[in-house]
Design a protein around this ligand. Structure first.
Ligand code: XIL
Length: 431
């Protein structure tokens, strides 16, 4: 077993480091110990499980936190970077491609974080979703005083031309319009009374899709929304209105290729069921793909400690993905974040996010230290059960050697972060 320098990759020092990592793992409590021993790299990663089933797994990321240089070199000591690179075959910016972060002033753009995300994804052989081009939230402060009925259409068109045009040919799908439906606003067409609707009228949606199609003809143009998962009366009504919106767009030959179901679930209360399944099948009849775009599980109402939360979250992943992933037009699942310490559910302090016991939420497949949670296992198993193995794995699009790329992701279970490179124990290979 020799590396390029002719030295053994299995040095005594490496093996010693490996056993120190095992000793550290032995000190961990409960399930964390079992998980620490588990290897989530390479063929055990969500990335490869998904790829083997013709699916994509991805996560919402904060580009500023990514170690781009490390990823480009095929190794990084940063756990967050390791997980994002090692587990995902598609990324989406949690905020960086939204209006407010992109447009500090009406006349200027800040593309630095979004550009960094594109470079990271390219180094790690990943696709990218764009999120989003038109939304009623996270509009810049200047928007309220600057946008008028006279200039709003031009503002929207120029924004989409600039942003979607910049990444033309590099985006798998764009969330062109986000959260445009809200039946409780009382309009017959089910549309939300958003600033865009008020300034431009309902045709803002068609304008956005047509402009995006011209700016990036290869991206799958997506309508994305939340609270359309359950069979409750409110969500059934909203889902129906989304379907009607999509039908109207299709009838008018507006380019739309996919619907994103955000899938911000709650661990308690009703589960998704036949309504969602029927919705996905109706979309399939219209030749539309479906993406699970922002999955996480809110445990505000789950009584108990971390284990109770983790079990409830894992069950929600299992049940939900067991329902939707077998539908053949469902092509990907993204979680809204990847590690529990970076979930928006702990960042935004709202009545619906804060647990009565003050404990943090645990909605994602990896814990605060980057160890796989029970949700990881549920997600991985749901992907495996979703559909048969594809005969041949699609090729990596990265110029990097995938074996090299996965190298830093092999050792898990070091609570303080990634083990040093020297503690990596390679899988024996015939040279
Ligand atoms: C959230 C981000 O996670 C937060 O960091 C930000 O403060 C608010 O937006 N639906 C969406 C996402 O489409 O863009 C939202 O992301 C979560 C709900």
């Amino acid at each position: 077993m020799m590396n390029q320098c002719g030295k053994s990759r299995w040095s005594r020092r490496d093996l010693l480091k490996g056993s120190l990592a095992a000793a550290a793992a032995a000190a961990l409590p409960g399930w964390a110990k079992a998980q620490a021993a588990s290897d989530v790299s390479g063929s055990n990663s969500l990335r490869e499980h998904a790829q083997a089933r013709g699916l994509l797994y991805g996560a919402a990321v904060v580009p500023q936190l990514l170690d781009l240089d490390g990823a480009a070199a095929g190794r990084s000591g940063d756990v967050y970077t390791q997980l994002v690179a090692g587990q995902c075959n598609i990324l989406v910016a949690e905020n960086a491609m939204k209006w407010a972060p992109l447009r500090p002033t009406a006349a200027s753009f800040n593309f630095a974080p979004a550009d960094k995300l594109m470079r990271f994804a390219s180094a790690a052989g990943q696709q990218v979703r764009g999120h989003n081009l038109c939304w009623h939230e996270q509009l810049p402060g200047w928007f309220k005083t600057t946008a008028t009925k006279e200039n709003a259409r031009q503002l929207l068109v120029e924004h989409i031309q600039t942003v979607a045009g910049r990444y033309r040919g590099q985006i798998q799908s764009w969330d062109v319009v986000n959260e445009a439906v809200l039946p409780k606003d009382g309009r017959p067409d089910g549309l939300r009374n958003s600033p865009w609707l008020e300034l431009i009228g309902p045709e803002y949606i068609e304008i956005a899709f047509q402009t995006a199609a011209a700016a990036d003809p290869n991206a799958k143009l997506t309508y994305n929304d939340y609270d359309i998962e359950l069979d409750t009366p409110d969500q059934t009504e909203k889902r129906t209105q989304v379907l009607m919106l999509v039908r109207r767009l299709k009838a008018r030959n507006i380019p739309i290729h996919a619907v994103g179901i955000q899938s911000h679930l709650k661990a308690d209360g009703p589960q998704a069921g036949v309504g969602l399944q029927t919705f996905i099948r109706e979309l399939r009849k219209m030749n539309l793909e479906v993406y699970v775009t922002e999955m996480d599980v809110n445990t505000k109402n789950i009584v108990g400690g971390p284990d109770a939360q983790d079990a409830a979250v894992a069950k929600a992943y299992r049940d939900y993905l067991g329902l939707v992933l077998p539908e053949p037009n469902v092509k990907m699942v993204l979680t809204w974040g990847i590690m529990n310490n970076r979930t928006w559910l702990n960042q935004i302090k709202k009545d619906w996010t804060q647990r009565p016991d003050g404990a943090p939420q645990r909605p994602l497949p990896f814990d605060d230290h980057g160890r796989p949670t029970p949700a990881f296992e549920a997600l991985s198993a749901a992907i495996d059960h979703a559909r048969p193995l594809t005969r041949k794995r699609p090729q990596q699009s990265s110029a990097l050697d995938p074996a090299n790329l996965y190298k830093p992701f092999r050792v898990q279970g070091s609570p303080a972060g990634a083990p040093p490179e020297s503690s990596y124990v390679p899988t024996p290979q015939v040279q």
